[in-house]
Design a protein around this ligand. Structure first.
Ligand SMILES: Cc1cc2nc3c(=O)[nH]c(=O)nc-3n(C[C@H](O)[C@H](O)[C@H](O)COP(=O)(O)O)c2cc1C
Length: 182
């Protein structure tokens, strides 16, 4: 699959076949996703993969703020990746003798890049995904016993898609870009 097709044809998948994704294939997907760029190449993104139906059900019931849309997607999913990041590294400028910004958003930025790279890698390998931001990070961390030094960034539901979703609308390029010149 070429890069343009991969970017344009990836969709958020919310309906899955009743078939688990082999763990070795998920390892391959993470092995591709690890090539995502990151602040000073710190590679702070972490993936906790869950294919245990009881744990997925617990996340659906207790960790998506009761948002029915996400509860339904999760109850139908065969796998969930909890994307987390190691805190306090991205955005640091100490090594350059510069003051780091207090309001550090670069770890979230790194996580976003990692997230999309994971979803594109999964799509290229025939696995559908859906990113979820309506989540209760603290409850998820408790359920999966997340290491203290990490914070949950997002959930990524995954599995074999049951029908490819139609694309949602995109703005025209001219609406979202401008050239600046002097
Ligand atoms: C940061 C982020 C958070 C999202 N949160 C949710 C979510 O909680 N539930 C959901 O069903 N989709 C969620 N989505 C998926 C978007 O709705 C989806 O990407 C968008 O509608 C475009 O559709 P497409 O991914 O199929 O191109 C999220 C996407 C992003 C990038």
């Amino acid at each position: 699959m070429d890069a343009i097709t991969m970017i344009k044809e990836r969709r958020s998948v919310r309906k899955f076949k009743d078939e688990k994704v082999d763990r070795e294939l998920m390892r391959e997907i993470v092995d591709i996703a690890k090539w995502a760029p990151s602040w000073v190449n710190y590679q702070v993104a972490r993936y906790t993969l869950i294919d245990n139906e009881e744990v997925i059900k617990e996340i659906a019931n207790d960790a998506v703020k009761g948002f029915v849309y996400n509860m339904d997607t999760l109850k139908n999913a065969k796998g969930v990746a909890v994307l987390s990041f190691v805190k306090g590294k991205s955005g640091k400028l100490d090594q350059y003798g510069l003051e780091s910004s207090e309001n550090n958003t670069w770890e979230v930025f790194d996580s976003g890049i990692a997230c999309q790279t994971f979803c594109l890698a999964a799509h290229a390998k025939g696995v559908g995904t859906c990113i979820m931001g309506v989540i209760d990070e603290k409850t998820i961390a408790k359920i999966i016993n997340l290491p203290e030094e990490e914070t949950v960034a997002a959930l990524i539901v995954y599995g074999y898609e049951d029908g490819h979703p139609a694309p949602s609308k995109r703005k025209d390029a001219d609406e979202i870009m401008r050239f600046f010149d002097r």
